[in-house]
Design a protein around this ligand. Structure first.
Ligand code: ADP
Ligand code: MG
Length: 757
């Protein structure tokens, strides 16, 4: 073969061919030069192999070349290294070369191929492999590869879930080695498991629950999916096992919670329902059915308002309208009457809580508590306690009265028997008048004290209540106990029933006196306080804000821990002849007035009761009252119709009114009054009527007459709590009322006030 032949062969070879000595290329073919972006002419005799080597591999390549060139001929070797393209890019090279002697010097001859393309493919594969491995190993589930029933692969999580230390404990075994022993008829069974595996192998992915065992024998609930995977002509199963112990436990806890709340709702003793917009009852419990006396089937057909007493419906509907319109002043708690299916009326306390949904409040949860018995009880307590106080008072009063009567009778006798000289007569009559005045005073107070049938909360200054009672209290506590009264002259106003507040003070004073058998000091104090968050009880029981504080303090025996805790309980008493109703009544009244009461005491160190009543702003009511009191002339010339069935009350009422200049018509009943009206040619300006009369109530009479005389005023007179004009013992707004017995001046003032108001 000719030299030219080999030259053609080498020059046109697609494999790079090179020859270099320790410095430069002696020869490169076209393919090699092109690989690095050069022409053969640019390389031969000018550049060496290191110029075509990437800087990072240069050192290794240089050493290798030096070593081989100094080591003699032969030493064929295959290298991979990074070459450097003329444009700076990397060329992955694989060279096969050996040392020869040429022209008397050692040189390296070799061929070189570029495997950059292959290299990047390998890298891609490697990255993919890493990616899938991460998916496999990073999974939160155990992932198995199975050949038939044998595990041939698994991820790290498998070890954790099954409680194994190495894959060796798993590979080669079967899923049934990690399942509870087969029990005939029991599930899961091996048979069923095999069926699932076979189905998956046939190509239908399976998903099911399975009881698995950890290595230590502990069973756990798993969710398993089986998928057939075909790789290189072989069939595998991929099994993904998810440990759902936690999920199960949570589901179980949720279920139990739900049961618990259902139970609470049903057994709370509270009737509960949820009412949506439009008044539909979205939910109600059994208690509601029992409270109203309907079956739950019947209840389904009812609106929540159907059970409300007809007279209370407007009130309740108004509340609901306000709640749904988001009115923040709508009360969250109120009382109303319900009518049972049987017609029986029950008194309930109602609590309302909004249920928030998408776009604001969608419904309200309503809790009803039947307080009928409680109310009756409160009333009984109140009365019993009043009787007790009256009894004590009667004793004191009788004693005082006897003293006064002695003065009066003794002096009268002296005068009548002519035993008094003219110089002494004036002094004796003066003493009689004095005693009579004191007796009148006392009667006045007794009247004030007993005048408490109808509760009329109004805006008042507690100082006035305390001051009015002072002399009565002194009498009540006796001479051994000193009474100190300290009233804040700038006291804020509160809203309360004055006679109730009197009762509170009397009850506390009586207790204080009982606690000071050897005498002592009773201090009654009023003060303004601004309660801030952090003060005892504030935030928890009391809202922060301005209060009027009434303190009743004694220097008596005090109470031990147990007595203090129970002192407010009805019927709790430590006294031989106590009723245990005093403090219970106090508590009831204070709560009813929106206030709070605290007790500080220690055995031997006396007792302090603190009552907090929320401050109210000076309102119209107060001003009205001043106006009323400023009336100087109490008479009039208007026409009054007096309707009263009791002849003596009617007669005195008529006389009082006539004496003040009024034109008076009278009637003994409603029908008779209407008759009088028909015969009377003129107008009637005011109707003064008893509330309870046989035949027709005062209220009904007023309605009839108001239709006849538009603008006519009405004044009711009554002797006791009357639901016709007062609801739950509280006077209805806008009604005029005077309690029997009344004095002449009281009646005239009231009639004038009604006519002018
Ligand atoms: P009663 O006075 O009929 O016993 P109360 O309800 O008024 O009933 O009081 C209950 C109990 O609280 C009393 O029996 C007494 O033990 C105790 N108690 C009330 N007030 C005082 C007080 N100021 N000092 C000491 N103990 C008191
Ligand atoms: Mg008492």
């Amino acid at each position: 073969m000719s030299h030219a032949f080999f030259q053609v062969l080498v020059e046109h070879s697609l494999v790079g061919v090179y020859l270099f000595d320790e410095h430069r290329f002696i020869y490169v073919n076209q393919a090699l030069a092109e690989l690095f972006g050069y022409t053969p002419g640019e390389l031969m005799g000018r550049l060496g192999p290191l110029d075509l080597t990437h800087p990072q591999d240069r050192k290794a390549v240089e050493e290798d070349i030096r070593r081989r060139l100094s080591g003699g001929e032969g030493g064929g070797a295959r290298h991979q290294f990074r070459g450097l393209h003329k444009d700076g890019s990397v060329v992955w090279c694989e060279a096969i070369s050996q040392v020869i002697r040429y022209r008397g010097r050692p040189m390296i001859v070799g061929t070189l191929v570029d495997f950059t393309a292959r290299k990047s493919m390998e890298e891609e594969l490697e990255a993919k492999e890493r990616y899938y491995r991460a998916l496999f190993e990073g999974a939160n589930d155990a992932i198995f590869i199975m050949e038939g029933e044998r595990f041939v692969g698994c991820n790290e999580k498998t070890l954790e879930i099954f409680g194994c230390h190495s894959k060796g404990e798993i590979l080669g075994r079967s899923p049934f080695d990690f399942s509870p022993p087969f029990q005939p008829g029991g599930t899961p069974s091996e048979e069923k498991g095999r069926g699932l595996i076979e189905a998956a192998l046939r190509g239908a992915p399976q998903r099911f629950y399975w009881k698995h065992l950890r290595k230590n024998g502990e069973p756990f609930d798993a969710e398993v999916s089986l998928n057939r995977v075909d790789v290189g002509g072989k069939v595998y199963l991929q099994a993904i096992v998810r440990d759902i112990t936690l999920r199960k436990r949570m589901e179980e806890a949720l279920r139990r919670n739900k049961e618990l709340y259902q139970d609470l709702v049903e057994r709370s003793g509270l009737a509960i329902f949820v009412v949506g917009k439009g008044g539909r009852m979205e939910y109600f419990n059994q208690q509601l059915c029992e409270l109203l006396g309907y079956t739950s089937q019947e209840m389904k057909g009812l609106s929540f308002i159907d059970g409300v007493h007809p007279e209370d419906r407007d009130l309740v509907l108004d509340f609901f309208e306000r709640w749904f319109s988001g009115d923040p002043t709508a009360p969250a708690r109120y009382e109303c009457r319900l009518v049972r299916k049987s017609g029986e009326v029950r008194q309930v306390e109602v609590d309302v809580t909004p249920v928030a949904g998408d776009g604001g409040v969608t419904a309200f949860r309503v809790y009803l508590r039947d307080v009928t018995e409680k109310k009756d009880m409160e009333k009984a307590l109140y009365n019993a306690r009043k009787m007790e106080a009256m009894g004590r008072l009667a004793g004191g009063v009788a004693h005082d009265f006897n003293n006064m009567l002695m003065v009066i009778m003794g002096n009268c006798d002296l005068i009548l028997q002519g035993l008094v000289g003219p110089e002494d007569l004036y002094r004796k009559v003066g003493a009689i008048k004095d005693a009579a005045n004191r007796a009148a005073d006392l009667t006045q107070q007794l009247l004030a004290f007993s005048k408490k049938q109808i509760l009329e909360p109004r805006v008042l200054r507690l100082n006035d209540v305390v001051a009015d009672m002072e002399s009565m209290l002194r009498r009540l506590i006796g001479e051994d106990v000193e009474l100190r009264v300290r009233l804040d002259p700038h006291l804020w106003l509160v809203k309360a029933d004055p006679s109730q507040m009197e009762q509170v003070i009397v009850n506390l004073a009586v207790n204080a006196r009982d606690a000071m058998p050897q005498g002592g000091c009773l201090t009654i104090e009023t003060a303004n306080v601004e309660l801030e968050e952090g003060h005892a009880g504030v935030g928890l029981e009391m809202a922060p804000g301005p209060y009027v504080k009434l303190t009743v303090e004694d220097t008596g025996l005090g109470m031990d821990e147990e007595t203090r805790e129970r002192a407010f309980e009805p019927f709790f008493t430590t006294k031989e002849r106590g009723t245990g109703l005093g403090l219970a009544t106090v508590y009831g009244i204070v709560k009813q007035s929106g206030g709070h009461i605290w007790c500080h005491t220690e055995p031997g160190k006396g007792t302090t009761f603190e009552i907090y009543l929320p401050r109210v702003e000076d309102g119209e009511e107060r001003i009205e009252e001043r106006d009323r009191e400023s009336h100087t002339w109490e008479g009039g010339t208007e026409t009054v119709l007096v309707a009263e069935d009791d002849p003596s009350v009617r007669e005195v009422t008529v006389s009082i009114l006539k004496s003040a200049g009024y034109r008076v018509l009278e009637a003994a009943s409603g029908p008779e009054a209407l008759d009088v009206c028909r015969r009377h040619p003129g107008l009637v300006d005011v109707l003064v009527t008893d509330v309870v009369m046989p035949g027709m109530s005062g209220r009904a009479l007023a309605t009839r007459m108001e239709a006849m005389y538009p603008g006519m005023k009405v004044l009711y007179i009554s002797g006791y709590t009357d639901n016709i004009i007062a609801r739950h013992g509280v006077l209805e707004d806008g009604l005029n009322f005077i309690q029997k017995p009344f004095t002449r001046i009281e009646l005239l003032r009231k009639v004038r006030q009604v006519l002018d108001g």
